[in-house]
Design a protein around this ligand. Sequence first.
Ligand code: ADP
Length: 179
Amino acid sequence: MASPTVSNRIQLVQGDITRQEVSAVVNAANSTLLGGGGVDGAIHRTGGPAILEECRIIRASPDYKDGLPAGQAVITTGGKLPAAHVIHTVGPIWHGGQQGEPELLANCYHNSLRLAAEHQLASVAFPGISTGVYGYPKKEATSIAVREVCQWLSENQFPQTVVFVTFDDESRRLYEQEL
Ligand code: ADP
């Protein structure tokens, strides 16, 4: 049987990332890994304390004693979420675009997808990393998200499916245009 095309492996959903029935949801975390607002707050609220417990264990390792740097990703349980796992990645804070923000945001997608592939996860749902309180312009962020995901899917079997989850109409339109 022919393998599905990249576009057949991408879905766009408008809704709440904590409700997605996928193998892993990606958390737009902050470098402390100890919780925050936006997507991060929603994931910990809905997923319960097991997620935070694993984050604390990760933070206790010498590699992450100063926190998770922007662009990197780690994986924990999904706790009580429908998703079995949470991939936590730290987006760059937007400072105007001259401080490596595009590369760091691309790394978030790439490293999250790499973790998903290492764990042979079938499906992964991404929010618009950095496009909330971190202030990344949505159009530019969407373009990077779509580019990195398409590139990954064209070269890798896992994850089989990627879901872009948008909250608002403007974001959904931007993904529709980009896809
Ligand atoms: P960051 O700190 O990386 O900017 P935020 O969590 O503030 O992350 O926001 C990232 C994006 O996710 C924003 O576009 C925001 O509108 C959206 N968002 C916030 N809550 C949810 C949610 N529960 N499900 C899906 N998307 C969400």
